[in-house]
Design a protein around this ligand. Sequence first.
Ligand code: C5P
Length: 239
Amino acid sequence: MQSPASSRPDPRDALIVGLDIASLSEAEAMVRMLGDAVSFYKIGYRLAFAGGLPLAERLAKEGKKVFIDLKLHDIGNTVKEGVESIAALGATFLTVHAYPQTMRAAVEGRGDSGLRILAVTALTSYDDHDAAEAGYGLAVRDLVRLRAEQARAIGIDGIVCSAAETGLVRDVAGGALAIVTPGIRPAGADAGGQKRTLTPREAILAGSDHLVVARPIIQARDPRAAALAILDEIAAARG
Ligand code: C5P
């Protein structure tokens, strides 16, 4: 029988550190500085197009988990083939836009690899006006709900959503999908342009499984101490 302590999920699995760093050597230095405090990294446009994909492969080989945040969207065949290549890097998470055709192709490309597909329902920079301007006849919250329902039906593994939408997405997804939430700010941290932020504790209590945190860690005077403080907050919120 497992002891309660060993059955408790490792809080490090819930903290994804965004490597939003322009240079490969600085990203590698950050990973070394964070050491065993961090086990999950996100690589987005900035680093991916500056040598970040070979770094993702190296991190995965070293036992870290890697989230490739490239938000794919193209014809089905191209998405499927791109997803197959990303699965071969050993990545754990990959984002795609939540268009049904794109999500179906991504699930096909993922196959039975270890890669898990996250759908972006509606970009958090979009409000109802932006959605209308882009030709949608739905308010953003209705679009998020529709796409979360479709993601679940298609067999997507998780949803990326803003802190403000976590409750809505959890209602739609039940326990079936992982919820990944950016826009996290420890109490007292600079919002840095994020408009609707939650603290790590609030995000966990709202139902997030994984928190994406970049600047509050990578721009901290002591990044490792900042990461450890967030891990403590996650563990405390889980009780
Ligand atoms: O520095 P900060 O913690 O605000 O970074 C959040 C990370 O999450 C960035 O990499 C950003 O691109 C990403 N992200 C986000 N909002 C989304 C999706 C991703 O802030 N809706």
